[in-house]
Design a protein around this ligand. Structure first.
Ligand SMILES: *Cc1c(COP(=O)(O)O)cnc(C)c1O
Length: 297
């Protein structure tokens, strides 16, 4: 497969500070933010085998769904352009008209055709009848569900897990990851004998448990889902979160964003402070990238 080859393996950065030391936790940040300039983080990992599947099937175009600030749309536009595949991004019309975001501008500049549908139609984005009408209209493109939430996304995430185990020389006790659709968490869980801590970046993320377990085929005991670190909801933030991010960035010389990885690390630090982990525990936290959405400060 051939999405342009990135920096692999991505670095595994040891994170050492007062909190990790006091908790006795060996914390590593897997720097998938460095994987590719425009197809960053978990989007590259998820798209790798999805795109290979599309090419194997002889498809000339890709159709997918996303919000006006979707990192998934952004990455799909970039990957499609690099691979010579046409891309169609389906967005909610209301969102599209109200705010022409940086993300949608980037997508269009990189060749994506933006197709706006109503909120009511968008809700039907998984119904077979709705989808077949939509696909027929665009000359039968390869369909990628919103966020790449499909089984073809999982093998790329399993490679990330085995890459980490190779770098560390052993399996970390926990893998920590932010969850939007939960697909990345499901990919980690689908690797044998992993324990996954998933941090919902959405308010009311309780539904993610079922999604993650269904996609991964693992049982509940391997997954801990945290739903209280959303800071008001998807892409919302508070001064407390932004302050944590600023301090972490300065201390560890790594950029974070406030939508996913910043919230996950905040949660992880909170757990360490509350003695959630036994001393000697090893944790791999995944930097899922998405830095184009970072607030400038
Ligand atoms: C999309 C995204 C996520 C969420 O991934 P899911 O597999 O949908 O849970 C996390 N972090 C970043 C930076 C993302 O772009």
């Amino acid at each position: 497969m051939d999405i342009p080859i990135p920096n692999l393996p991505t670095p595994l950065q040891s994170i050492d500070d007062e909190t990790t030391r006091r908790a006795g936790v060996r914390l590593y940040l897997k720097r998938d933010d460095l994987i590719h300039p425009t197809i960053s983080g978990n989007k590259w990992r998820k798209l790798k085998y999805i795109l290979a599947d599309a090419r194997r099937g002889g498809y000339q175009s890709l159709l997918t769904f996303g919000g006006a600030r979707s990192n998934h749309l952004y990455a799909t536009a970039a990957a499609g352009e690099l691979l010579g595949l046409r891309t169609i991004g389906v967005v909610r019309g209301e969102e599209y008209r109200e705010k022409d975001t940086e993300t949608l501008r980037f997508c269009r500049e990189h060749g994506m055709r933006i197709h706006a549908i109503s909120r009511a139609e968008y809700r039907r984005k998984e119904e077979p009848e709705f989808l077949s009408t939509l696909l027929a209209r665009f000359d039968r493109p390869y369909l990628i569900p919103e966020g790449g939430a499909c089984p073809m996304a999982l093998p790329g995430i399993r490679e990330l897990v085995s890459e980490t185990i190779g770098q560390l020389g052993k399996r970390p006790d926990f893998f920590a990851v932010a969850a939007g659709t939960g697909t990345t968490a499901a990919g980690m869980l689908s690797f044998p004998d992993t324990q996954v801590l998933a941090f919902s970046s959405l308010k009311g993320g309780g539904f993610l448990r079922e999604e993650i377990l269904r996609l991964s085929n693992r049982d509940n005991s391997c997954l801990e889902l945290f739903t209280d670190y959303h800071f008001g909801g998807y892409a919302r933030h508070t001064p407390v979160l932004l302050d944590f991010i600023r301090r972490f960035e300065q201390r560890h010389q790594v950029l974070l964003e406030h939508v996913y990885t910043g919230k996950m690390l905040f949660g992880l630090y909170d757990l360490m402070q509350k003695d959630y982990f036994a001393a000697g525990t090893t944790v791999m936290a995944l930097h899922t990238g998405g830095l184009q959405g970072r607030l400038s400060n």
